[in-house]
Design a binder for this molecule. Structure first.
Ligand code: SF4
Length: 191
C-alpha cells in the first residue's frame, strides 16, 4: 500500500479537495502566514520541553524521544510525532499545539489517533496514550477509542479514492474555511 503523510488525514477532514490538489494535481501554493507561525511555535516548544520532567503527566522516568518518524506499511501512513515517551511496554504521544482546543476538530483528533496507531505498532506497545497542549504542564490527555482508530482507517481508504481519480471531489467546506485555505482560487465553485 502506498504510504501517505498523516497530515493528509487531517487535511481530508478539513476538505477532501486539499489532498486531491496536493497528491493528484501536485499543487503546492505558498504556505499562509498563520501556518508558518504555527510551525515556528511548534519548533520552539520542542527545545523548551525536551529537558523537562514529565511527572505532571505521570510519565516521569520515561525515555523521551522528539521528532520521531513513525510509519506503517499496513496502514499506509507515515509522519513525524512531536514527542514519544516510552516506558516499558507503554508509549505516549505528545502533540504540542497552541491549545488543546485543537481537539475540537475531527481532523486533529484523527491525526493524534493515527500517530497513536503507528506508535503502538512501531514500538510493539501494549498501550498508548496521547497528550495535546501548549506545554507539558497544561497538556490534556486525549483518550483514543476503537471508533476513532476505525475512523482513521476509513479516511485513509477515502484518501485513496480521492487521489486516484481526476474528478474534483465534492466538498462541504464553508466559505469561511475557503477563506483560510491555501487552495482558495483553485475552486471556481467556491467563490
Ligand atoms: S478553497 Fe474551499 S473547497 Fe477549495 S480546497 Fe479549499 S476549503 Fe476546499
Amino acid at each position: 500500500m502506498r504510504s501517505l503523510p498523516v497530515s493528509l488525514v487531517r487535511q481530508y477532514c478539513f476538505c477532501p479537495r486539499v489532498p486531491y490538489f496536493m497528491e493528484r494535481r501536485n499543487l503546492r501554493p505558498p504556505t499562509p502566514l498563520w501556518v508558518k507561525q504555527g510551525k515556528k511555535f511548534h519548533v520552539d516548544l520542542q527545545s523548551i520541553n525536551s529537558s523537562r520532567t514529565f511527572k505532571y503527566l505521570k510519565w516521569d522516568n520515561a525515555l523521551i524521544q522528539s521528532e520521531v518518524s513513525l510509519s506503517s506499511s499496513d496502514y499506509g501512513l507515515h509522519g513525524i510525532a512531536d514527542c514519544v515517551l516510552v516506558k516499558g511496554s507503554r508509549v505516549a504521544i505528545l502533540e504540542f499545539k497552541i491549545s488543546s482546543r485543537y481537539l475540537e476538530h475531527r481532523g486533529y483528533r484523527l491525526q493524534c489517533a493515527a500517530y497513536a496507531m503507528l506508535a503502538k505498532q512501531q514500538y510493539k506497545a501494549e498501550s498508548v496514550e496521547c497528550f495535546v497542549g501548549r506545554d507539558v504542564r497544561s497538556m490534556k490527555k486525549f483518550s483514543i477509542s476503537n471508533e476513532l482508530y476505525q475512523d482513521v482507517l476509513d479516511v485513509r481508504g477515502l484518501l485513496d479514492q480521492v487521489i486516484s481519480h481526476d474528478l474534483l471531489p465534492e466538498t462541504s467546506a464553508s466559505l469561511r474555511q475557503c477563506d483560510q485555505c491555501e487552495f482558495n482560487g483553485f475552486c471556481g465553485d467556491r467563490e
